[in-house]
Design a protein around this ligand. Sequence first.
Ligand code: SAH
Length: 251
Amino acid sequence: MSEGTVYLVGSGPGDPELLTVKAKRLIEEADLILHDKLPGPDILGEIPAEKREDVGKRAHGKGTSQEYINDRLVELAHEGKRVVRLKGGDSMVFGRGGEEMIHLAENGVDFEVVPAVTSAIAGPEVAGIPVTHRDHASSVTFVTGHEDPTKAESAVDWEALAATGGTIVVLMGVTRLPEYTEALMNAGMDPETPVALVERATWDAQQVATGTLATIVDARDEVGIEPPALTVIGGVAGSRERVADFLNNEQ
Ligand code: SAH
């Protein structure tokens, strides 16, 4: 048993009011908060600089390795610290929270997991897109659009996804949008399938672009969508235009 405790905390999509009550309390009580940029400026801006340690990708020049983060968490816990490991969205959804949890357990560190609002559901939602809908989608699949270019084969089976008929939500999928929209169409998915991109959902800089499988790459470039953004593919993405005039979630 360690003297300190590590809290694996999700911060939600970025709006401070979407932090859980528990996340807010733990952030206030923590000795130190290890984070990257994804929690967003509004949440990070409220944490005193002396309590924050940026272990994000571009933080220390080339990027902080996962090994460094793992070791740092263990080290701080053994010093008796209350450490919050703060991640954007939910820490277990493409957030490496699972790896950190196992590392902590293997090194005898007490930890607690604090679930949160994932951007994968909340991001589409604030743009007027429900990830499921009785008429359009009875399933939803969350996939990563980020592929190691050295990998010969995609880890995501786009062909199988094209056949499911459910909603597809792609995280980390801005750069490779041309590749996977093409793959889905090649697998027989209708080029007219609605697609939406939601960038920085709930941040002041939130932006949305809509189109179809065939047109979304142009829409991305026209609007200037950049990471972090979600891609929502499927009939549900078409609901945005029906509700947008009455939707007050635009920042
Ligand atoms: N654990 C996070 C996801 C981490 S992977 C979660 O549950 O939300 C990083 C990806 O998450 C980004 O590339 C982007 O696709 C998505 N993302 C996270 N926050 C976002 C936000 N506020 N708006 C849009 N996309 C976001």
